[in-house]
Ligand binder design. Structure first.
Ligand code: GAR
Length: 209
């Protein structure tokens, strides 16, 4: 059984997609041990509670320094010791110590086709604003493992989504979620849970069932 901690900051629609996929059998051999939010007002915390999953808020604002927050966050993760940490719209940088403690065991969903529209400053709606202002015709989402950089770790799954004329950042964000994020994130977790991920020369891939 893959024991997972999901980290969230906002609405939690990706968390909901994971919970639903576990419920309907699209993800097997997986248990969500805990949901952690940095934001006390995140609706994702309600989604966790509604599903009977432990929900914890750890806000950097409640610590003396970023350093103190990082230490507490790492300590919590080491205590729970999940097999996999999933960043599902988690808008906080992961401390280097945590990346080192969980090598290729932290998964992130990013709402673009990496290496486009990613890196420092590209998160949430800003990604879709960037896509529209550049005039890109295709965008999408990426699931990747987390390394010490920002959106630089091994790519596991990607799915393309068409940009349509008249799109606003919000309309595009919704389409990317519906057509890509909510599909590839559960698919990636199921593949990891069922030993269908392989690494060759630092490149990750899913072995299709
Ligand atoms: C999602 O679009 C996710 O890809 C993005 O934040 C949103 C969270 O929505 N993540 C990033 O931008 C990370 N760089 P949700 O809370 O409804 O799942």
């Amino acid at each position: 059984m893959l024991r997972v901690v999901v980290c969230v900051s906002g609405g939690g629609t990706n968390l909901q997609a994971i919970l639903d996929a576990i419920e309907n059998g699209n993800i097997t051999n997986t248990k969500i041990e805990m949901v952690i939010s940095n934001n006390p007002g995140a609706y994702a915390l309600e989604r966790a509670k509604n599903a009977g999953v432990e929900a914890l808020c750890m806000s950097p604002k409640n610590y003396e320094s970023r350093e103190a927050f990082h230490q507490a966050f790492c300590k919590k993760m080491e205590d729970v010791n999940p097999d996999l940490i999933v960043l599902a719209g988690f808008l906080v940088n992961i401390p280097k110590e945590m990346v080192a403690a969980f090598p290729n065991r932290i998964l992130n969903i990013h709402p673009s086709l990496i290496p486009s529209f990613c890196g420092v400053g590209y998160y949430g709606l800003k990604v879709h604003e960037g896509v529209l202002s550049r005039g890109a015709k295709v965008t999408g989402a990426t699931v990747h493992f987390v390394d010490e950089g920002t959106d630089t770790g091994p790519i596991l799954l990607q799915k393309a989504v068409e940009v349509q004329s008249g799109d606003t950042p919000k309309v595009l964000q919704q389409r990317v979620m519906e057509q890509a994020e909510w599909i590839i994130l559960p698919k990636a977790i199921d593949a990891i849970a069922n030993n269908r991920v392989e690494f060759v020369d630092g490149i990750a891939r899913v072995i299709e069932a």
